[in-house]
Design a protein around this ligand. Structure first.
Ligand SMILES: [Ca+2]
Ligand SMILES: [Ca+2]
Length: 515
């Protein structure tokens, strides 16, 4: 895929009134009209434009993916290519403000403005894609020319656009908007250098990176943790370049300020509590979601009612049966995007839900009234045993999700379900820790996948993280097999981790020597 955008300037002069957008698709017209207002807020001034701006869909003059057309009176036409017209609309509209200057500063600023617009509009996913990661092919920021179409490969151009966008994201952490958005629509290297020189140590650091060649620029603009913050921005802001959420509060680094009731959706595809449940007559639930999700046109955000994923579009309203907790999920593991998404629910028939709890480490919910009184002690024990499991096995790939008071003991497919009978038995022994250790162990073993999913492994890990494990823990599991698993883990060079990766499994003939 070529990631090429064009802006054409035929010299400027007059300022126009607020423009009208015209398009064969009304949705594009509405998005652009609202985007124009948001762009004025983002930049602090209104760009020149013709009274009428045409949006052409599935047609681009020349051989670009999309294009913005400007003349003396400003923006007059946007061409959007057939591959993904929605993706480029905000970027091209932003060229009304970022109309002249070196390619890095003009394309980068168009992306920066598109980001700002998207944050203010529910159509947030209409962004140019940035999957995070390293930019191995990017040219020197100071030398890139996007008009040199014949000489640079599409791959180089793609990385150059991403580099420009990330570079301006770094600039935006250091310079005030008026220095990024001069009312001429033009930003030159000389102006930017002067602004950075006057911006204190952060500005000087950015300048030194800019001047030390393409290798250092590539490193400074890498985004390995896919939080949308390039390495250099993380260093300047004091966040960790290898952690999506440096302070562990669930929000990705560089997240924009959200509404009070908003909840960040974990990028590992595990559900979080919305804070609400359906009342006794059920509920019609609407979900609102926003954020910065650079890399996909529409994030697969869904509502989960208890254990059941609801397939309908949550933005249009979904029905949740009576008394079910309402959870939210970013479905699937997101490896091809950077940034993050938050969500919140509203609707009719909802009640506040104190029996669903989420942190960056876990989601825990209970519906069975008999199991509700056991929630607090279970949660305390869960926190403790998650720490112990991290010490023994390292940090897990996914958060743990536990449904307390389920009809039976199972993992379905990634939710650990603990039955009320087990919880009540543990409570009678004053051993809430047994259920918690079991949940943590089940989660780890199921994550390890086949063929590591064995009940004797579950029991061995549960015993390893429990104080004074009872005898027996599971009546159904062979104690010899459990002890055998424990011994293998202890003898393994990588310890218990090796047990879950299968590296320390010995051949099955050992099982044959069972007494
Ligand atoms: Ca980052
Ligand atoms: Ca955070």
């Amino acid at each position: 895929m070529a990631w090429l955008f064009l802006f054409v300037v035929l010299f400027s002069a007059e300022v126009s009134a607020e423009p009208q957008f015209y398009s064969e698709d009304e949705a594009f017209q509405k998005i652009a009209t609202r985007a124009w207002t948001h762009a004025i807020r983002c930049t602090g001034w209104e760009a020149p434009a013709h009274d009428r701006i045409e949006i052409r869909i599935n047609y681009v003059e020349g051989s670009y993916d999309s294009a913005a057309w400007l003349d003396d009176d400003g923006l007059y036409r946007i061409d959007l290519g057939p591959e993904n017209p929605k993706r480029d609309l905000l970027h091209e509209l932003s060229h009304a403000w970022a109309r002249k200057g070196p390619a890095t500063l003009t394309e980068g600023r168009a992306d920066l403005l598109a980001d700002c617009i998207a944050q203010a509009q529910p159509e947030a996913p209409w962004l140019d894609p940035d999957p995070g990661g390293a930019l191995t092919e990017m040219p020197d920021l100071r030398k890139w020319e996007n008009a040199r179409r014949g000489s640079d490969s599409p791959h180089v151009q793609g990385h150059a656009y991403l580099a420009a966008a990330r570079f301006m994201r770094v600039i935006a952490t250091t310079l005030p908007p008026e220095e990024i958005w001069p009312q001429t629509g033009q930003l030159k290297w000389r102006q930017l250098t002067r602004s950075l020189e006057n911006a204190g140590p952060a500005g000087v650091t950015i300048l030194s990176v800019l001047e030390s060649g393409v290798t250092r620029q590539r490193m400074a603009l890498s985004d390995e943790d896919q939080d949308g913050m390039p390495w250099l921005a993380e260093v300047l802001q004091g966040t960790q370049p290898d952690r999506w959420d440096s302070d562990g509060d669930g929000w990705w680094d560089g997240a924009p300020p959200p509404p009070v009731a908003a909840v960040p959706l974990p990028p590992d595809g595990t559900p979080v509590c919305s804070g609400f449940a359906a009342g006794e007559h059920g509920a019609m639930v609407n979900m609102m979601y926003q954020g910065q999700w650079r890399g996909t046109t529409r994030p697969p955000v869904q509502v989960i009612a208890g254990d059941t994923l609801i397939q309908d579009d949550p933005a249009k309203g979904v029905w949740v049966p009576p008394n079910q907790p309402v959870l939210m999920i970013l479905e699937g593991k997101q490896h091809h995007s950077s940034g993050g998404i938050w969500a919140m629910v509203g609707g009719q028939g909802l009640v506040l839900d104190w029996n669903c709890r989420s942190t960056p480490k876990y989601t825990l919910w209970v519906r069975d009234p008999l199991a509700v009184p056991l929630l607090d002690s279970f949660e305390q024990a869960l926190i403790e045993h998650l720490k112990r499991a991290d010490g023994l096995l390292g940090t897990p790939h996914q958060r743990v999700v536990v449904h307390l008071g389920a009809p039976s003991l199972q993992v379905n497919p990634e939710v650990v379900q603990l039955p009320t009978s087990l919880l009540r038995w543990a409570a009678e022994q004053e051993r809430a820790d047994i259920g918690a250790a079991l949940a943590v162990s089940l989660h780890r073993v199921w994550q390890a996948g086949q063929p590591q999913r064995r009940w004797d492994t579950v029991e061995a890990i549960t015993r390893a993280i429990l104080d004074n494990p009872p005898e027996p823990l599971f009546v159904s599991v062979d104690r010899w097999a459990t002890e055998n698993r424990r011994l293998r883990a202890v003898q393994c060079p990588t310890g218990w981790k090796g047990l879950l990766t299968g590296n320390c499994d010995t051949p099955e003939r050992e099982t044959a020597s069972k007494p």
